[in-house]
Ligand binder design. Structure first.
Ligand code: ATP
Length: 233
């Protein structure tokens, strides 16, 4: 679904990715981990065609993402960390933006909003950051796109909402869908992600199926400890 081939990238002189190659497939919920500033958001933006490689190639759903062709844009949704929303209500968000996504399901959307406790009639600019984020996550899931990118989605969510988030995302995962979640809140995602991907020193330095890890271990793998071990190597 996504291929990075020998990708080089940096903002100005700062090198961020050096010869980064990897592929991400449908049927997975990936947890993208890495220290602050390592480039997790940049990686997601590159998949979505918001920043472009300076060397190598990125292919997203058989498209060159930098072209931002409608045929690609209607197949992916990127929930950005800042939860920017237009000046509208959650209800009108569906009417205005749902049309861009052929598989958007309004009934599903209102159901997700309800489960998150978001009032669809309130102006999103006037609600809290967490409420806005929950509206956007609901919208993202209801688009039913094959590729869902989420940057720190549980930031700003209260404890019950984090649990709702896990439940809704797990329920939305299918064999045809690829979900990539960048996070520092690894405990929020334990039991949700199936593959952990670690970005470190400009490359993917670790990538492991958590089910395989669990089979090899006598106890459930602890993501926080695993991450610390990887970046200290
Ligand atoms: N538009 C930009 N112009 C210049 N530098 C940028 C820009 N966006 C990001 N950077 C820098 O690139 C590096 C990677 O940023 P990025 O946001 O991708 O990292 P991250 O791994 O998501 O970080 P965090 O975990 O802190 O959110 C950082 O050093 C950041 O300051």
């Amino acid at each position: 679904m996504i291929q990075f081939s020998h990708v080089h990238f940096g903002y100005g002189a700062q090198k961020l990715f050096t010869d980064l190659s990897t592929s991400l497939e449908a049927g997975h919920i990936y947890g993208l981990l890495g220290e602050n500033g390592v480039g997790k958001t940049t990686l997601l933006k590159m998949i979505a065609g918001l920043v472009f490689p300076k060397g190598g190639t990125v292919t997203t759903l058989s498209h060159e993402p930098r072209k931002r062709q409608p045929s690609l844009m209607q197949q992916l949704y990127f929930v950005a960390e800042d939860a920017f929303v237009p000046d509208t209500t959650a209800r009108r968000l569906a009417d205005t933006y749902g049309v861009f996504y052929p598989m958007f399901d309004g009934t599903q959307y209102f159901n997700y909003l309800q489960q998150f406790g978001v009032n669809p009639h309130q102006k999103l600019e006037k609600v809290s950051f967490g409420q806005r984020k929950k509206a956007l996550i609901s919208f993202a899931l209801a688009t039913n796109v094959p590729l869902l990118l989420m940057d720190e989605p549980t930031n700003g969510l209260d404890i019950p909402s984090k649990s709702t988030f896990r439940k809704l995302v797990a329920g939305a995962a299918t064999d045809e869908r690829c979900i990539i979640i960048s996070t520092h809140q690894v405990r929020d995602l334990e039991s949700l992600i199936d593959t952990v991907v670690v970005l470190h020193n400009g490359k993917i330095t670790y990538r492991e199926d958590l089910n395989v890890l669990a089979e090899e271990s006598t106890s459930q793998p602890d993501l926080e400890t695993l991450f610390q071990d990887i970046i200290q190597k």
